[in-house]
Design a protein around this ligand. Structure first.
Ligand code: AGP
Length: 629
């Protein structure tokens, strides 16, 4: 599997120099707000004091570590800072947290302090072996305060520390598996920050008599435009006058200083013009974050749903809104196909008022990126009232839906800022596929060979998503050709139809063009009357079992003058005879097609909206989280 890392959750920053660190750290955190977060915190080395014993690795002074944390906005943290006039120091670290392990709270917010108060750490990433390290340290009597994976880093560091900061840190990171970008300060090393990186982003900002680090350029750009990119496995020792970088063996290495010329706005979007495009491009990373931690030795492991007994249920009901519902339509097909159990999918705004027939033998799956959608919450309450067990698939940790559900699996897609969901949807579909394979294993409705083959295909999704992005550089050209169609159709069969629903919604919501998704075979029962010369029909042709059938529908619309833009698998030659234009995606298991097939359609919607001058990230009349009925 390609190593894509998880580079979007949380933001970290640090400063060491001659100025007060507090305001600089808070400004850095404000700049990182766009990444999405639910709590924030800073730690500083306050006033130095004389170290009489002179035991501190060459330094003859030490200091006290002070911390401030706040759930919610950076502005809350800034208020706390204003109320603490003694919170003074010229070296510190800061963090915006987007919860993954443990709910958003002051205790779980970073920085985390070692039990002896000697070290403070900020961390972006996920430590996969945190449970083992935690158990081991607890045996030595070390007490943990938070529910986070991060706290093991600082506790292990304090445990390993015998007077040499760098040595202790190198020993600590050698034990970690997963992803991390960390910044650490110690009470015994005034003015020094150590930073380390593995599969999460970290850059160092070079100033004059002051230096910085951060998750990305945004937090640094107003202070310096000279940066060093830390690479995986490297460790940096940052002091006001110097930055030393070491490789994983501890040997000092030379690093190039890069000059950047981004302004703040382009830095927030990693150079992309819109968050939507950034999030489309993040999908391989997001899928990896969703999938990889849940596959062990070609087996799907859901620690989150231990105790969920699939044998108890005789039916599954999926409910959600908008794109999440479209993900549910895909989920219905996958679960039915693999688990041989009756599955229905229904929009939550209908289900909540329908008096549905369900009982304790019903498993209800609710899907929501935000975890706050009012209709979905109401529907799940209704289902719970009827005795059903509710499993939620949610992106935002600690959200209302996550809390209300009996079981919750997080997509871990990272914060999604653009109103139109992209990585939210693909990670939901990937998780539903994983759930279906897991459940089929529990129910013994899948052979060992089929199970393993599905798991392998699921593990390949991140790189196939990347391939779909790489293959579709010409989508912009298609958008330039078709952008002024005022009304169009998306057609497909089976999985392709489910993707048509999402492709059509994506186009509608950001480009304001009228578009409808139709089951390809249904077109001739009335809607074909609307097909006229020049009408664009987007034909989804990746579900190969029914390819010939979809081709007949393409021929029917072409005979009436429609232009056809098809989406098909690489290697499908015959589609070029049928369609006017073709977008290609890589092959995958038929049940996983939607994760890949939607990608060119997201790009198509994006470029059409751009050509039409629409406000892509904030389309008119829409909100990211629909908390009203
Ligand atoms: C998707 O692009 C839409 N903005 C919208 O349909 C969304 O999927 C729907 O409102 C559900 O939101 P949720 O996933 O946060 O519950």
């Amino acid at each position: 599997m390609i190593d894509l890392g998880r580079n979007y959750m949380c933001g970290i920053t640090g400063y060491t120099g001659i100025n007060q660190a507090g305001p600089i750290l808070l400004e850095g955190l404000r700049r990182l707000e766009y990444r999405g977060y639910d709590s924030a915190g800073i730690a500083i080395q306050s006033e130095s004091k004389k170290d009489e014993a002179g035991e501190n690795g060459g330094d003859n002074t030490s200091c006290t570590l002070k911390m401030l944390k706040a759930t919610g906005k950076v502005s809350h943290l800034a208020d706390k800072f204003e109320a603490e006039p003694d919170f003074k120091g010229v070296c510190g670290i800061g963090h915006t947290r987007w919860a993954t392990h443990g709910v958003p709270s002051d205790t779980n917010a970073h920085p985390h302090l070692s039990a002896d108060g000697k070290f403070a750490v900020v961390h972006n990433g996920i430590i996969e072996n945190f449970a083992d390290i935690r158990a081991e340290l607890q045996k030595y009597g070390i007490e943990f305060k938070s529910e986070t994976d991060t706290e093991v880093i600082v506790q292990l560091l304090a445990y390993n520390y015998k007077g040499n900061f760098k040595k202790a840190l190198m020993k600590t990171i050698a034990r970690l598996t997963g992803s991390y970008a960390i910044g650490v300060i110690s009470d015994e090393h005034p003015g020094t920050i150590f930073a380390a990186k593995q599969a999460s982003p970290l850059i160092i900002g070079i100033g004059i008599g002051e230096n910085y680090f951060a998750s990305d350029i945004t937090a640094l750009v107003s202070n310096t435009k000279n940066v060093i990119d830390l690479d995986d496995g490297e460790v940096a020792e940052i002091t006001p006058d110097e930055v030393k970088v070491f490789d994983h063996t501890g040997k000092e290495i030379d690093k190039e200083i890069r000059h950047i010329n981004w302004d703040i706005a382009s830095a927030e979007k990693s150079g992309y013009e819109h968050f939507m495009m950034k999030e489309i491009m993040e999908q391989p990373h997001a899928l990896k974050a969703t999938i990889e931690p849940r596959v062990k030795d070609e087996t799907i492991v859901f620690d989150e749903i231990k105790g969920l007994d699939m044998k108890k249920f005789n039916r599954v009901h999926i409910t959600a809104c908008g794109s999440a519902y479209h993900a549910g339509c895909v989920g219905r097909a996958i679960i039915e196909s693999l688990c041989k159990i009756q599955v229905e999918a229904e929009v939550a705004s209908e289900l909540r008022y329908r008096d549905p027939v369900m009982d304790e033998k019903t498993l209800v799956i609710v899907i929501s990126q935000s975890g706050e959608t009012a209709d979905t919450i109401a529907a799940m309450k209704e289902c719970k009232y009827k005795g059903a067990t509710v499993l939620a698939i949610v992106n935002v940790v600690g959200s209302s839906i996550a809390k209300l559900a009996d079981y919750c699996i997080y997509t871990w897609a990272g914060p999604e800022i653009a109103v139109a969901t992209t990585k939210g949807y693909t990670t939901q579909v990937a998780l539903l596929a994983m759930f279906a394979v897991w459940a089929a294993g529990e129910l013994k409705t899948i052979s060992h060979g089929a199970y393993t083959s599905m798991v392998i295909d699921i593990m390949h999704l991140p790189e196939r998503a990347q391939r779909a992005l790489d293959l579709n550089t010409k989508v912009k050209k298609m958008a330039d050709k078709y952008y002024d169609n005022q009304s169009l159709f998306f057609i497909g069969r089976n999985m392709d139809y489910a993707v048509a629903l999402e492709g059509s919604l994506k186009l509608k919501e950001i480009s304001y063009l009228h578009s409808e998704a139709y089951a390809a075979g249904e077109l001739k029962h009335g809607t074909i009357a609307l097909i006229e010369p020049g009408r664009l029909v987007v034909a989804l042709c990746c579900y190969e079992k029914l390819f010939e059938k979809t081709v007949s529908n393409i021929q029917q619309v072409k005979a009436r003058g429609a232009e056809v833009l098809a989406v098909a698998h690489e290697g499908n030659r015959s589609i070029f005879q049928e369609a006017d234009d073709v977008l290609l995606v890589p092959q995958t298991d038929p049940l996983l097609v939607p994760v890949i097939e939607i990608i060119p359609l997201q790009l198509f919607a994006y470029y059409v909206a751009k050509k039409n001058g629409c406000d892509i990230d904030k389309p008119k009349n829409l909100a990211k989280s629909v908390t009203v009925e």
